[in-house]
Design a protein around this ligand. Structure first.
Ligand code: ZN
Length: 569
């Protein structure tokens, strides 16, 4: 090497993203590229000491909803701070392009309904200086971020753009509609989209109840879109099937498999364990296995934590939101609200109203308190059932709502609880582990950017590293190289991002330096930094020494630097 490298990361243990054994090496970076791995003699213009740390490729978040955020902000919370260097938005078919002026209202209502991002935040934030998908991308290409941004073409937007009112009414697409969708899909992929996102979930609808237009798509429409993806030569069709209802979920997956068979398109579908059909996921994996054996590229997208909600005084959900005594305080700033909530008579009034409401027919919490857990200083995403609100209340001889109230009062009203919906039917993550171990599965479903006040799963990479590759005691763990591979090259492969995801000379210098032995997750907390002071849950981590995006240090010692090296992918 003649010129000095820009950066040398020294004395780290390289976990290179291929799944291979870690090895000690220095990593040299010049410009935005990895230029040397091994014993690097030349001094870098700057040096990062990685002694005691692992060096990994930057993580790729395969499933986010930052489609609005990227138009108004540069630091993409809550993804930032968890080693993510590339995020893929446009999942589940919702987004903001293509979109004609007359359809903006519907696009916002859909994003609000499906992904729980308040319409007032979206209206305040979105500049709407695009109509077509390529125009949206051209705008994003002028922007700078703390990570790279890739995206899928949202099917519901595409459908409304092509079919107008007929799409919103849920009518089937005519042959000409499908031909136009194919052409626009090709155009979007040529402009850089990584595929197309779609949903079949009946729960995904606007606040007023209009289902997401993509739900009405028939097999011929999905086949047309998949054909266009194949014609464009790269990309994936992402689908959220109706995984909470059986046999509907099986029928839909079979349809997805037929689409893959008819076109040769790569398909990924969301998979989790549902409480109502707790073994249904096994059936879906069997169908996937058969399809894979036939040579079809069908990949389940799975998640290494329970899916569910966060409850707290600052969140949109908790058992007291409808209590009149609480509603009288709900608009107060947190500190003043908490001062009131601390008063014994206020507590008594709110609790008795909540308990009375729960006693009404059809209003009870059912068995949901069995899967509701206070989140401690160190969040546990596989809490034992003995620590559930129901068990704690039984042991203490009090009402579950008392346990919830007091858990939310912790830390001056910032205490939170985790309600596990998916992947937790039996109170452990063994199903999630089995899904992750399935040969073609990919990690995803963190939903960054969406459900801002009820979930914070963008921190999942930190759970993968600290919990699955280090701390888990309730069952098997996953080897560290395997976890890193899932967070990096597996996701890169899903989206045909061949220039990243592995620590190798010539690859993009998206890199993490992580103190793996001490890596830990902090509890989720609320920030009020969306447009119009909109709030969102964020979560910090401790142990990310450095995150490089395109050869530039974007984060150092768990905090942001001044740099915004992230670009549209
Ligand atoms: Zn989603």
């Amino acid at each position: 090497m003649t010129a000095a490298p820009d950066i040398v990361i020294r004395h780290g243990l390289v976990v290179d993203g291929t799944g291979g054994e870690p090895y000690p090496a220095d990593v040299a970076v010049t410009g935005d590229t990895i230029t040397g791995i091994g014993a690097i003699a030349a001094r870098g213009r700057s040096e990062i000491d990685a002694t005691g740390c692992i060096v990994t490729p930057g993580f790729i978040d395969a499933h986010s909803h930052l489609d609005g955020n990227v138009t108004w902000e540069s630091r993409l919370k809550p993804n930032s701070g968890h080693g993510v260097t590339t995020t893929i938005m446009g999942n589940c078919g919702v987004g903001f392009a293509p979109c004609r002026e007359r359809d903006r209202e519907f696009a916002v209502a859909l994003m609000e309904g499906v992904e729980d991002i308040p319409a007032c935040v979206l209206w305040a934030g979105l500049p709407w200086n695009w109509e077509s998908y390529p125009q949206y991308r051209a705008f994003l290409a002028t922007r700078r971020f703390d990570m790279n941004v890739g995206g899928l073409l949202p099917h519901s937007c595409l459908r409304v753009f092509v079919m107008g009112e007929r799409a919103i009414k849920g009518e089937p697409a005519a042959r000409e509609d499908i031909a136009t969708m194919e052409a626009l899909t090709c155009e979007a992929l040529r402009a850089g989209a990584s595929g197309v996102g779609s949903t079949r979930l009946a729960s995904q609808r606007t606040r007023c109840g209009t289902p997401a237009p993509s739900i009405a798509a028939r097999e011929d429409e999905l086949t047309g879109i998949a054909r266009a993806i194949v014609k464009a030569g790269r990309g994936v069709l992402q689908i959220a099937p109706e995984f909470n209802r059986f046999p509907r979920a099986e029928e839909e997956l079979r349809m997805v498999v037929r689409v893959a068979r008819a076109t040769g398109c790569r398909v990924t579908y969301s998979l989790k364990q549902s409480n109502g059909h707790k073994d249904g996921w096994k059936r879906l994996l069997e169908i996937t296995h058969e399809a894979n054996r036939e040579g079809l590229d069908v990949r389940p997208m799975v998640f290494g934590r329970p899916t569910g909600d966060i409850l707290g005084w600052e969140c949109s959900l908790h058992p007291f939101v409808h209590s009149p005594a609480y509603r009288a305080l709900a608009e107060l700033p947190l500190a003043r609200r908490v001062a009131e909530l601390k008063k014994a008579e206020v507590r008594r009034a709110i609790l008795s109203q909540a308990q009375r409401a729960e006693a009404e027919p059809g209003r009870g919490a059912g068995d949901s308190y069995r899967r509701l857990f206070p989140i401690g200083e160190v969040p546990d995403y596989e809490p034992p059932l003995e620590d559930s609100v129901a068990s704690l209340a039984e042991r203490a001889g009090v009402e579950p709502t008392e346990i919830i109230y007091d858990a939310m009062m912790r830390d001056e009203g910032r205490g939170a609880l985790l309600r596990a919906y998916g992947n937790y039917a039996d109170g452990n993550l063994d199903p999630s582990l089995a899904m992750m171990r399935f040969s073609r599965s990919v990690l995803g479903l963190a939903d960054a950017g969406a459900h801002c006040t009820i979930i914070c799963d963008a921190s999942a990479p930190t759970t993968m590293l600290s919990y699955w590759a280090r701390d888990r005691m309730r069952g098997a763990r996953l080897p560290l190289p395997d976890v890193v591979r899932r967070l990096t090259s597996d996701a890169a492969d899903l989206f045909d991002l061949g220039d990243r995801g592995v620590v190798r000379v010539g690859m993009k210098a998206d890199l993490n330096v992580i103190d793996h032995a001490h890596l830990r997750l902090c509890p989720p907390r609320m920030e009020y930094d969306l447009p119009r002071e909109g709030k969102r849950l964020v979560q910090d981590a401790v142990g990310y020494r450095a995150t490089l995006v395109g050869g530039v240090v974007a984060r150092l010692n768990d905090g942001p630097t001044e740099a915004l090296p992230g670009r549209l992918v």
